[in-house]
Design a protein around this ligand. Structure first.
Ligand code: PAF
Length: 279
């Protein structure tokens, strides 16, 4: 396994790999790898000749009062995980190589970036779209793997790839949960024992919503959201949103007739958690 820190060197290395007609699978991450990331690396390993993983805590997707500084960076541990999962390449650039002085170019996927998390994390998806576009240009992957946990992110990336004609197939993989239902997230390490227990109200409320729709034939989004609120409110410190949207277009839904995503974003203590379920 090779570790690259310089964008041009990796670009050159991949160019040579492509000359040999090899396929490249890419897993973009911010490190602090958990089983969700590992599932993406495993899938990429199965489907490609070369697997590249990026580890880069992207400053442009964090707001001024967010956790950029304290975001976990267990680099050595991440390197070990990538190695044992058979990754061929790690790309871990320093921020100054991705955003040199006088950096001016950003990508905004209009509308989709302003909804849901975008309402509360201004500029977040602009940062995500920009870094993913830059990484795609450096890694030149045939396939790129994202987790369904960041549902809105995956919709935005797919749209960007279509709109900007990136020659890459986006593969969205299932959300991975702990046995008790907590969605895996690098930010779960911030939770105290007591907060972690309260955080379970997210996955429980989503499962309950799914049951209401599938077994009790409840179709009103308002009714489902109000049931979810009853479960979440006593366990959280702030609800950013609980929303039901069309799973393809992210349009808001009043009555459930086709595939929807039920998505929540809340604070438990100081930690912002997101979770979702597709029904
Ligand atoms: O999902 C993430 O970890 C990040 O948003 C991504 C896609 C690696 C971009 O920094």
């Amino acid at each position: 396994m090779r570790i690259f820190t310089n964008p041009a060197k990796l670009q050159n290395y991949i160019k040579n790999i492509k000359l040999k007609d090899k396929t490249v699978g890419f897993v973009p991450t911010m490190g602090a790898l958990h089983q969700g990331h590992i599932s993406l690396i495993r899938r990429a390993r199965k489907e490609n000749d070369i697997v590249a993983v990026s580890i880069f805590v992207n400053p442009s997707q964090f707001g001024p009062n967010e956790d950029l500084k304290k975001y976990p960076r267990p680099f050595e541990k991440d390197v070990k995980s990538c190695k044992s999962e058979g990754a061929d390449v790690i790309f871990a650039p320093p921020p100054k190589d991705m955003y040199p002085e006088n950096y001016l170019t950003y990508i905004t996927v209009e509308k989709l970036s302003a909804l849901m998390c975008g309402k509360f994390r201004h500029g977040h998806f602009r940062g995500v779209a920009t870094i993913v576009a830059k990484l795609f240009n450096i890694v030149q992957p045939d396939r790129a793997y994202f987790g369904l946990k960041d549902f809105q992110q995956s919709v935005i990336i797919k749209k960007m790839v279509t709109d900007l004609n990136f020659p890459v197939k986006i593969i969205v993989c299932p959300l991975v949960r702990e046995k008790d239902g907590l969605a895996l997230s690098s930010r779960n390490v911030y939770l105290s024992c007591e907060e972690r227990k309260r955080a379970l109200s997210l996955s429980r409320s989503l499962q309950n919503a799914k049951n209401l729709i599938e077994y009790k034939n409840v179709k009103s989004a308002k009714k489902i959201i109000s049931e979810m609120k009853k479960m979440i409110l006593p366990n959280t410190d702030k609800i950013d949103y609980i929303e039901i949207r069309d799973a393809e277009t992210l349009e808001e839904i009043k009555y459930i007739k086709k595939k929807v995503v039920i998505a929540v974003a809340v604070f438990v203590g100081k930690t912002r958690l997101i979770d979702n379920i597709v029904v």
